[in-house]
Design a protein. Structure first.
Length: 92
């Protein structure tokens, strides 16, 4: 006597198709700016792009300040996740 266990596959064919499409989409993007390479790389793209002035993300500033506190403390940061949340009072 033999036991046979049947189960549904973890990935359906449609799921695999979507995952492959996403992977190929990501491969076609610049790793720095994230824009499509076929629009940004080559002679046709020369002079067609500009970069506006930077914006100041205050949440990123708060994360950087907290990370610096930990860097300066000498404590092991392995596994720490730094994040930001909005103050309830507005922050002044």
């Amino acid at each position: 006597m033999r036991a046979v266990t049947e189960s549904e596959p973890e990935w359906l064919e449609e799921d695999l198709d979507w995952a492959l499409a996403q992977y190929l989409e990501e491969l076609g993007r610049c790793p720095t700016c994230g824009l499509p390479r076929d629009e940004t790389v080559g002679p046709h793209a020369e002079g067609r792009w500009e970069s506006p002035p930077p914006a100041h993300c205050h949440a990123c500033s708060a994360i950087a300040a907290r990370r610096k506190e930990w860097d300066d403390s000498g404590w092991d940061q392995s596994g720490l996740l730094f994040f930001a949340r909005k103050r309830e009072t507005g922050g002044e």
